[in-house]
Design a protein around this ligand. Sequence first.
Ligand SMILES: [Zn+2]
Ligand SMILES: [Zn+2]
Length: 261
Amino acid sequence: MPNLLLDSHAHLDHSDFDADRDAVIMRARAAGLQYLLSIGGGDGPDHMDEALSIAKRYEWIYATVGVHPHEARQAEDRHFDMLRSAVGDPKVVAIGEIGLDYHYDHSPRDVQKRVLIRQLELAREVKLPIVIHCREAWSDLRQIIGEHWARAGFGGFLHCFSGSREDAVAFLDWGFLLSFAGNLTFKKAEPLRAVAREVPVDRLLSETDSPYLAPAPYRGKRNEPAYVLEVTRELASLHNLSEEDMGRQAVANFARLFRLE
Ligand SMILES: [Zn+2]
Ligand SMILES: [Zn+2]
């Protein structure tokens, strides 16, 4: 039985893949990927639909569009118009990645919050789930999601989850799924593994965040979607499942969230 794998978060539009993008995608498919979510955002809001152009070329790849918190300060009215027109494409399954990043603070925090809230309103209007990016901003994120999203019921997932057990419980209660990335495999990640162990298996997703954050044993190299096998293996061992069962479960969770087949 070949592996069935899921990569719920990859930046296929990144320039690191310019030289061999199709080969990377073919390797991912050969490794067993059933779905890949191509994250829009690119080099900034002007390029938010490049991930979608890639998804359109492959039947098994889907896309998101959104303004990343890093680039929130570049967002203008016309970008929200771009967003609105891109979501009409059947390959766009979510608004993302959107959220708050207080680790890098590439955009002022009040601007990050404003751009997040505006995209939550848009997602509610078009009835799409969201893909959240959050770094060191959990209390503000929980406050905003509670106020502007939780009751909408369109759900979504937290990508590269790095929060505490309490954060995990809050988002699980709101119906979110939690996606784990290569940092789960790092030696020092025992606290994160402890959280991942407690997430019900039907609420877990696996991702690479390619080209960033390569899992062990590829740490420090360019990451690519095929390496999601390492994340799947880690989740499997935390949940005492076989790699095959964990992969199949992540694929099923993704299909359920986005109502695919
Ligand atoms: Zn992110
Ligand atoms: Zn990302």
